[in-house]
Design a protein. Sequence first.
Length: 282
Amino acid sequence: MTDQIETAELHGQPVLKLQTPDGAVALVSLHGAQVLSWTPAGGEDRLYLSPKAVFDGQTAIRGGVPVCFPQFAGNGPLKAHGFARNRLWTLANQRAGKDYVVVTLRLEDNADTRALWPHAFAAEMSVSIGGGRLDMELEVTNTGKAPLSFTAALHTYLKVREVESLRIEGLRGLDYTDTADGGTLKKETGVGVMVDDEIDRIYHQAPATILVREDDRAMGIHAENFPDVVVWNPWVDKCARLADMPADGFRRMLCVEAAAVREPIELSPGADWWGRQSLVAM
Ligand SMILES: O=P(O)(O)OC[C@H]1O[C@@H](O)[C@H](O)[C@@H](O)[C@@H]1O
């Protein structure tokens, strides 16, 4: 470990603390390879972590950036969002420079994952911070002898001041699957998407960059190799049903997820795929 990367604990669970000399800080949980908090240089924490999140080394942690793999949501036989967020990943690589820190966590198949999903794979999640940026990259390699396919997402919980006061820009004209309306396919007509009710949408063929604009700040969200963008907020009733969310938690969060859902990723033996999401605090 360098002094820019330390091992620590959060609520009894192992985390890596990343810091750059300019003051950017992130916490990454080994459970799920999940970024739990990210403070850009000179700023404040821009990721939502539920104060009721469960840290027991098994349950998925509510907040930060859960890694959904090898299945997005309930789109397949596995439990919601696959198993990667419920597994302990190992530190595979780390590097620090004058203005950046990067760590790579790794998860491979074992008897337990093969019982759920009969494939050999290696997944690596790289997290890099510096200045006002957070870069996250998920790479998956088919290490087996048969083809495999999966869906995936970086399920980013943005921390927002008041969800009803923000606007999501860049989605106009896109087709989306409205999960909150039985999976109906619709077209986005709004110039800016506002949130004043439950929203659970998978936007397809999304542009590389979208913007979440708040009254006094914004977040630029850039994705590569993730063709879908999921926008999710549970709103009052669904939030009340989530045991690991406070009643008013939905007001402080907005999930904007870089995802590959509509077209599963197909990997032949030996092939690999990567997808990236970057957040730029403005
Ligand atoms: O409660 P979970 O399993 O973390 O899922 C949260 C939400 O994740 C979103 O990605 C899905 O679109 C929602 O349908 C889902 O409710």
